[in-house]
Design a protein around this ligand. Structure first.
Ligand code: M6R
Length: 606
């Protein structure tokens, strides 16, 4: 993960670098740093903790100069300490910021130590600073220095280096980790994410893998892996560059939970044509070419994929497999039954999902991206995009992006089923009609904050919690467990209700909280039997469902009633109480809700 920034131009660099880092804080928040250069030489300031700590430090000791680099860290190699924070330096000659992992850093470090280099951090990144220093001392020009450094390193990287020998130049490169260069009059800026610099310029070049660049205030020259000058297109950043506030809510997550009715209705609109007909944004030939699907995703997006699989198989009769992105390409999967890979990613930057998509492309599959960030790498590399219109999601725990992903998948399932005749046109229209009720049902679910608060108050004392569901509610149970553990740090696991008796039931003891999602369909009675088994063994049963489903569950200790809805759509409405329960439990425990420990919004390391 981590976020990097560089600026060279006519303005003072400090506030520009910090402003971009503020917009990159979703990528990590263990520590942060800034370095600059002026006629006196290099200046450096680093601080452990969130960006606010760095800001407090530089308030006392400002960073001068018009050329600077910055970094926000999510620790991979080396603990969270000031000496492991970036920028890293080599003597007083060079400073670097890096995102990614230099996989052969141990060999490089050993070699450099043998040459007499003294390391001051435990990171993989520091080798970059010393490699730069080594080649700068040889008197090479920036292009040759970059070529030499890149030829030595292996792994994923996006980096920017600043040297005393070339004070008006940023040297940058990328492989697998994203890097965008923004250009404007008398300045250039580089960052891990185009949105972090969109308030400075909307004209951006995305470096491709193995590209490297020499950047000055007058522009940039980009080279490809053959060391040829590469003509990369300047594109206009589409997304809004505003730095979002919490609009009166206590946390971004709370705000984003409340934004779901809008996120859902905007996403439904994006899946419909101008007459309101549901097309999933695809024409008939694209729909009819989909014969078998592999859904690739990570974390919450993976649970959306699993729910999508039930829908697509039930409504369109098309075979679907779901793959955890980080496992997919290493497993050497057989894709002969599939025509299409659909990658689901809020950020569009998760490296696991990106690499899985590239692998699927190599296998000859058409690639679709269900992404929320339309300028992201996955969005740019996919053959087609099915956008979630959730708007920027800042809270690390995914909420509105998840329900928007579900909407896209449901629309796709209906469009495919209608197109291939698996469901009738009238059934498709009925389901579309039911989907249009979702913004209202989800809006009504916001009233659940009050009824869930006392449940969260008790749950905060639990050391463990199980989540259960059957059929389309099984992946929702897993998502509920993920939300609770990432926010409140309470151990939580999601199980298929019917699987309890095959082992997990051994965990049951008096008072163990069991959150169970129940839908009003032919699965309800089976889920009730599974819950009775848990109740008989002392489990504290908390059920989530519509009133008609809950009528079967008079023995439950706590009931969370969601608005009535088409049973197939229960995962969308049921997601809201799962999010609220996790949010309120974390609130009661006083954890850092928007930036939980050890996490980052966008996971760009393998
Ligand atoms: O941006 P992506 O959807 O690719 O992110 C995938 C996961 O990292 C993400 O969903 C993660 O699990 C969230 N923290 C869950 O709330």
């Amino acid at each position: 993960m981590c976020g990097i920034v560089g600026y060279v131009g006519s303005e003072k660099c400090q506030d520009i670098v910090i402003g971009a880092l503020e917009r990159l804080e979703y990528r990590g928040y263990d520590s942060a740093g800034i370095a600059s250069i002026d006629e006196e030489g290099l200046h450096l300031c680093r601080a452990v903790g969130k960006l606010a700590e760095l800001k407090a430090k530089i308030k006392k000791m400002p960073i001068p100069g018009n050329t600077g680099i910055g970094h926000i860290r999510w620790a991979t190699h080396g603990g969270v300490t000031e000496h492991n924070a970036h920028p890293h330096y080599a003597t007083d000659e060079v400073v670097i910021v890096h995102n990614g992992i230099i996989e052969n850093y141990a060999e490089l470090k050993a070699d450099l130590i043998e040459k007499g280099v003294v390391f001051t951090s435990d990171t993989d990144s520091e080798v970059l600073a010393h490699l730069f220093s080594h080649f700068i001392k040889k008197g090479l020009p920036p292009v040759a220095i970059l070529q030499e450094v890149i030829s030595k390193i292996e792994g994923a990287y996006a980096f920017t280096a600043l040297s005393k020998s070339y004070p008006d130049t940023l040297m940058a490169a990328r492989n697998a980790s994203p890097l965008a260069i923004g250009l404007s009059d008398n300045m250039a800026v580089v960052a891990s994410d185009a949105l972090a610099i969109a308030h400075l310029t909307r004209h951006v070049i995305y470096l491709k893998d193995n590209d490297y660049a020499i950047i000055t205030s007058k522009g940039c020259t980009i080279y490809d892996s053959n060391n040829e000058i590469a003509n990369r297109e300047i594109v206009q950043v589409k997304a809004s560059p505003v730095l979002l506030d919490k609009a009166g809510f206590r946390h971004y997550m709370e705000k984003e939970i409340h934004e779901q009715p809008d996120a859902i209705s905007h996403t439904i609109s994006a899946m419909s044509d101008t007459t309101g007909r549901l097309t999933a944004g695809l024409d008939i030939s694209s729909l009819s070419s989909i014969k078998g699907i592999v859904l690739l995703a990570a974390g919450t997006s993976f649970y959306a994929a699993q729910i999508g699989r039930y829908w697509i198989e039930k409504l369109a009769g098309i075979p679907v497999v779901c793959e955890i992105a980080s496992e997919y390409h290493y497993r050497q999967p057989v894709a002969s039954c599939q025509s299409t890979a659909i990658v689901i990613s809020q950020s569009g930057e998760s490296i696991d999902s990106l690499l899985a998509m590239r692998y699927a492309k190599k296998l000859g599959l058409d690639t679709f991206g269900i992404v929320n960030v339309v300028d992201s790498t996955i969005a740019r590399e996919a053959d087609k995009i099915l956008p979630t219109r959730a708007g920027p999601e800042i809270g690390v725990a995914s909420t509105k992006a998840f329900t928007a992903q579900l909407v896209v998948l449901f629309c796709l399932a209906i469009a495919l089923g209608k197109q291939n005749g698996h469901i009738s046109a009238s059934r498709a229209d009925e389901l579309h009609h039911q989907l249009l009720k979702m913004p209202g049902a989800v809006g009504k679910s916001m009233e659940l904050f009050d009824s869930i608060r006392p449940i969260a108050h008790k749950l905060k004392n639990a050391s463990s919690c199980l989540f259960l569901g059957r059929d389309i509610l099984y992946p929702l149970a897993c998502e509920g467990a993920l939300k609770l553990k990432e926010l409140s740090y309470i151990h939580a696991e999601g199980f298929a209700s019917g699987e309890m008796k095959h082992g997990p039931i051994a965990l049951l003891q008096d008072g163990l909280p069991i959150v169970s999602f129940v839908s009003d369909d032919d699965m309800a009675r089976k889920a009730v039997s599974n819950l009775k088994e848990a109740d008989a063994r002392g489990g504290h049963i908390i059920v989530v469902g519509t009133q008609s489903a809950l009528n079967l569950l008079d023995f439950a200790a706590e009931k969370i009633t969601i608005p009535e809805c088409e049973p197939l759509l229960t995962p969308i409405v049921g997601a809201i109480p799962a999010q609220i329960l996790a949010y309120l439990t974390a609130f009661e425990k006083g954890t850092d809700i928007d930036q939980p420990r050890n996490l980052a919004k966008s996971v760009t390391v393998e």
